[in-house]
Each structure stands twice: as structure tokens, then as C-alpha cells.
Design a protein around this ligand. Structure first.
Ligand code: XIL
Length: 302
């Protein structure tokens, strides 16, 4: 096939991108989006600060713009994200304890119910584990409500939208030997053993020279899949250019294709100029919307 989405579909997978609502009026951007991708993640518009700017007052306008565009174009949507330490509205940042726990539950219930039936998979909890060698949880106001906050979030999301896949999503969990990877693995293993509803693990996969594609990336994906969950590459971008960048993109694509339960790949933006990385050229299309070597390498690997 001649597009990323159609090529991914040949093996039952998807190929997605992050989308920003304020770029839906950019015809070059929308042209590439409509042509190449069959899955969409809102880059910021479904985060807590966007959807609940004031407590119990929900705001879905920008998220709806993205969801409606995706659905009208026959694309599916990944929901991102229901519970996260970052991009919380001010009112939530100032909360703690049982009030915060209740606010989290209400947020998940309201947002997942609003989008019920429209979301392929939710990143229920994002980035809850610490970097470094501890393998433990990241400190946050949510974590301080009690260690069970993650399973409560998953159970709440399942009750609100029983047909959405429920994912745990994080970064620096790509190298099998890292303590953070092991910590997330043990949590998923525990959830599966105790019947906490979890269907998928998202690997953000923001790679750069300090944090390159690890040699054991495929092993990591396979080991998580062996727990009985799908794995998804959820926010892929790779710093670099030319053939070195293309080879890294190809390796990531091949790793997903080699793991039966790797459901699909999402890149974190369309053109280099759309990237959240202020400098650099980490995406598949250049600033003018031309296909890069990395694009061809991915398409060839799919
Ligand atoms: C980023 C967005 O791309 C930026 O526009 C925003 O300013 C900050 O968040 N991990 C995640 C994503 O899960 O939500 C982040 O997205 C990138 C890192």
C-alpha cells in the first residue's frame, strides 16, 4: 500500500498521529493527516486542564473538533489522557487526599462517559512511575492519595466505557533492563493476576541521542505482550536526520511488526514543524510536508 495507515492495516494494525485542534485549518497539515493516518490522538485537547478547566465544568470543544474530524474521515481515536500528574488545571493541582481522589474519579467518569463508544483506547493513567533506579511510583498529588489510585482509575474508566481498551502509558520504559520498565511490568502483571481491568500498555517512545532506541526494544514489547495485554507505540518521535534517523524508525516499526500483540504505532506530530520538540527534526514529514527518508523507511517496513 502507498500510505502509512493502509500499509499498517495489511497486518491488522493502525498508524496514527497526534493532532492539534488549531492546525485543522492548515490545508497542508490536514491533507497529510487525511491521506496517511488511520488513528488520531489529541496532542493536548483531552488532557485534564483542557476538559475540566474548572471543577465539574467540562469543556470538550477542541477535543470534539479532533474527534469529529477523525470519525468523519473514518479514523479511530486514542484518548489521551484521564489521570496524569502534569497538565492538571489549577484547581486540581491545589487538591489532595480524598477530595482529589473523588475529583479524579468524577473526571474519569465524566470524560470517558462523554466519549463512550468513540474511543478505541484510553491512556487511563500517564507517566505514574519514577525515572531513575527505584522502579517505584513518581511522587505526585495523585500518588499521595494512596497507591491504589491507578487501579481505581482503571476500574472507573471500565465502568464508564466498557468497550474502550484501557492503557497504561509511559516513557523510558523501552529498555527491558531499566528499573522503571520493570516497575511498570510488575504493576501490569499484578493487575492481570488480580483482575484489575487493563488491556494495553503504551510506550511513548520519544527517542534522542541521550535516550536512543534500545537494542532490546522488541524484547520489551514482547515481554509485556506475554502478560496478556496489547502493546502500542503511542508518541513516537526520533531525533536525527537522513539515513540514521530512517534506520531508527525502521527498527521501531520492525519491532512492532514482529510482536503479534503490537496493535499499532502513533507518531507525535505530522511535520517536523509540528513537533513539541522546539528544535530538531524528529518526525516523518519535513516542515513543508514532504516525505522524509524516515517516512519511506517506515512505509517499507510496514
Ligand atoms: C506534550 C505536547 O506535545 C505539548 O504540546 C505540550 O506542551 C506538553 O505535552 N508525554 C505525553 C504527552 O504523554 O502528552 C506530551 O505532549 C509529551 C510527553
Amino acid at each position: 500500500a502507498t500510505t502509512l495507515g493502509a500499509s499498517a492495516q495489511q497486518s491488522g494494525r493502525y498508524f496514527g498521529t497526534a493532532v492539534a485542534a488549531n492546525k485543522l485549518s492548515d490545508s497542508t497539515y490536514v491533507g497529510i493527516l487525511n491521506r496517511e493516518f488511520d488513528m488520531v490522538t489529541a496532542e493536548n485537547e483531552m488532557k485534564i486542564d483542557a476538559t475540566e478547566p474548572n471543577q465539574n465544568q467540562f469543556s470538550f470543544g477542541n477535543a470534539d473538533r479532533i474527534v469529529n474530524h477523525a470519525i468523519s474521515q473514518g479514523k479511530r481515536v486514542r484518548g489521551h489522557t484521564l489521570a496524569w500528574y502534569s497538565q492538571q488545571p489549577g484547581w486540581m493541582q491545589r487538591m489532595e487526599g480524598s477530595a482529589l481522589r473523588q475529583a479524579m474519579i468524577n473526571h474519569i467518569t465524566q470524560v470517558a462517559s462523554y466519549y463512550k463508544g468513540k474511543i478505541y483506547a484510553w491512556d487511563v493513567v500517564n507517566e505514574a512511575f519514577a525515572d531513575g533506579s527505584s522502579g517505584g511510583r513518581r511522587d505526585s498529588n495523585l500518588q499521595r492519595t494512596g497507591n491504589d489510585w491507578i487501579e481505581v482509575a482503571f476500574r472507573t474508566a471500565r465502568a464508564a466505557d466498557p468497550n474502550a481498551k484501557l492503557c497504561y502509558n509511559d516513557y523510558n520504559t523501552d529498555d527491558w533492563t531499566h528499573a522503571k520498565t520493570q516497575g511498570v511490568y510488575r504493576m501490569v502483571q499484578d493487575f492481570k493476576q488480580r483482575g484489575v481491568p487493563i488491556d494495553c500498555v503504551g510506550f511513548q517512545s520519544h527517542f534522542n541521542p541521550q535516550s536512543p532506541v534500545p537494542s532490546n526494544y522488541q524484547t520489551t514489547l514482547q515481554n509485556f505482550a506475554n502478560l496478556g495485554v496489547d502493546v502500542q507505540i503511542t508518541e513516537l518521535d526520533i531525533e536525527g536526520s537522513g539515513s540514521a534517523q530512517a534506520q531508527n524508525y525502521q527498527r521501531v516499526t520492525q519491532a512492532c511488526l514482529a510482536v503479534a500483540r503490537c496493535a499499532g504505532i502513533t507518531v507525535w506530530g505530522i511535520r517536523d514543524s509540528d513537533s513539541w520538540r522546539s528544535s530538531g527534526t524528529p518526525l516523518l514529514f519535513d516542515g513543508s510536508g514532504n516525505k522524509k527518508a524516515a517516512y519511506t523507511a517506515v512505509l517499507d517496513a510496514l
